[in-house]
Ligand binder design. Sequence first.
Ligand code: FAD
Length: 461
Amino acid sequence: MPQSPGHAPQPIVSRHVAVIGAGAAGIVTARELRREGHSVVVFERGDQVGGLWVYTPNVESDPIGLDPTRATVHSSVYRSLRTNLPRDSMGFSDYPFVAKDDPDRDPRLFPGHREVMMYLQDFAREFGIDELVRFETEVVRVGFVEEEEKWKIKSKQRHKETDEIFDAVVVCNGHYTQPLVSHVPGINKWPGKQMHSHNYRDPKPFQDQVVVLIGNSSSAFDISRELAGVAKEVHIAARTVKYETFGKQPAYDNLWLHLMIKNVCEDGSVHFQDGSFVIANIIIHCTGYKYHFPFLETNGFVIVDDNRVGPLYKHIFPPALAPWLSFVGIPFQVITFPMFELQSKWIAGVLSNRITLPSQEEMMEDVKAFYSSLEASGTPKRATHALDDKQVKYNNWLAGQCGCPAYEDWRMEMYYATVKGRLAHLESYRDEWETQHLVLQAYEDFIKPASNQVSDGCVFP
Ligand code: FAD
């Protein structure tokens, strides 16, 4: 193994680092690594920067996503998707996601998916990240070479396979591509169709159908409302409700919210735990995604168990392989892009020896204590990486490690204002934003000189 963490400070060094994926996480990671003086290669199997935000009308051959031999479509974005957070809160710290004075762009506070992709592509161009990316190059294997104490990456570009050696690997491959499907008793004999929201693009095919959606996340919310415009009936089966109440939804005459599905039957009926039932044509699983690292060989040092990726110190470093293997973007229920930025700043600083990690044993103890705290609070394993209210503490901790300013207050206030806004204007929260003073606060920050935003502890070119 290369020199392990937890020892006396070492001289600042530059490493040769592979980044897997050129979505939001990969491009900001590449920027932070390069700012820190590392040499970087980004592998991207798609043909452009943007990851999930690169919309495609294509869907997978198996609509429910269970066939392991199917060709994977990366993006889960549907045609009408708009962000579920205000744009200003989503942007990277020193590259604000503000509306552009350009008729080709979407100026809305909650813009459509294309605007997010264009923002990410602008960012990549601005910081010269494009030139670090090998497009249409899929990483098929990542393994540690003991003799060389380095990582070997096998990548595939069309039919050509290449092996390369790197000091460190940062995994930024996203986690919204492999569908997680819930078990529905009786489903094998049920005559209707099934699909996962990963393969939903637009409502047209659902004209006059009776549709049941399982799950009540942001996607289920958006898709159910869109379907209600064309389908005969739409029924949502939910474990819990956050914004709505069970029963018929007030703004619609064909949309209902039920408790979970109890079972389905050969006659096409879908029975809910609230005692009601419908004869339905299709079930859409809006039940989330699985972490999936098909290329990664770690001899069991990193495993995915019930959607817990672990063990990972602070959701980033597997203690036994730190800092030579790391992950950006594992936590969910967060403001994603600025968190990716802090995670990658920390990784970059650790790899150069500017920031010191605890010893392997100390990191492992921290992970165990974290798992115990989850257990004590009754948090299921699959929610290990759900941060939500814990994200402020997490981000502040990362910022402290990096010597960078913590999240601006207005960012989190925007996050919570969105939750409140949904309660007040369930059907139109994106267009009835009432907290304009937060946008003004953000703009005041954006126009401050960069030196006011970044502490001296950060390394900039
Ligand atoms: P991705 O964007 O998925 O990028 C991963 C990249 O890795 C892809 O380009 C992929 O091609 C590449 N890749 C994967 N495997 C390989 C391989 N083996 N070799 C080479 N390349 C590979 N977040 C928000 O902040 N606001 C929102 O409004 C919001 N809405 C969302 C809506 C939906 C429907 C979903 C699913 C998520 C949403 N998110 C939102 C969260 C979103 O995931 C993040 O914002 C963010 O885009 C994730 O970035 P990423 O770089 O981690 O992953």
